[in-house]
Design a protein around this ligand. Sequence first.
Ligand SMILES: *Cc1c(COP(=O)(O)O)cnc(C)c1O
Length: 342
Amino acid sequence: MSTPNFTDLRSDTVTRPTPGMLQAMQSASVGDDVFEDDPSVKLLEEKIATMFGMESALFCASGTMTNQIAIKVHTKPGDEVICDKMAHIYAFEGGGIAFNSGASVRLLDGNRGRIKAEQVLENINPDNVHYPRTRMIGIENTMNKGGGACYDFKDILSIKEVCRTHGLAYHLDGARIFNALVETKETPKDYGQAFDSISVCLSKGLGAPVGSLLLGSKDFIYQARRIRKVLGGGWRQAGYLAAAGIYALDHHIERLKEDHLKAKAIYEALKSVSYVEDCMPQETNIIIFKLNARIKVQDFLNKLETNHIKASATGINAIRFVTHLDITDQMMEHLLDVLKKI
Ligand SMILES: *Cc1c(COP(=O)(O)O)cnc(C)c1O
């Protein structure tokens, strides 16, 4: 297996399968998943549904696909989706809400991407022909653009109550839900009870090469499977990928805490250097910080690159670091040293 010779902090999607994961993939039993005939895919879908206490699940190629399928099932053209202005479903899925669902979007200004029930309530349209029909609320936990911020579960339940009383669908973009779960006292089942649909990424911190899961009721997943097919997302011997997902759920959840400790060490280091203006408080595995006038973003990235470290710019003078299971202790030592010397 080739090991990367650079410290890649651009995203937690860059991980390579571990030897154990590759072994699991190689020995997977497979079939044709479009015929619903792949035992490994079925096992993965049943496993995640059981974890979250939800009826059913669907294995898809990406988190964009699971989110977009959910929105398509929950809405009709002309309906309105409410989410934060930095939400992945709105800002980073290529305009998919308009493209796939013909829905409009009402953007809220949350706290690091976390919205509140009162904000949602104020933005639900009255039942009147002039207004788009408010139909779905989407929240994200952890919040990517909010620097990996976690929701307080009470706030999640307050929004659920608003959804219940107004007959709205409630979707969770849980691309990094396990990063939140290892830091808080809630269980996957608590989340399963709160939402109508949940998207979970296997290819982020969990370290699988490909794949996301969509969770919901039997009827919801039945409809989701149709949409997945329309989007060209029906796949055949996907069991090789599902086996990686099963391995990830079995072996890579608890260890997310290690990524968080590494992120914390980076956060602490950034607080004591002269070129950082501001850093969002570290909560999980994402660190977003602003550079001050002492250094330009491109110069900072170039200096890192010279030291075999990759990171990405986010916004005009901001940088994002994401820790993950391919960041070794040795890489951390090197990184902290480089950050001090820039
Ligand atoms: C990564 C991510 C997704 C899905 O991304 P894909 O690259 O399509 O798998 C969805 N939501 C959030 C918050 C993400 O960070």
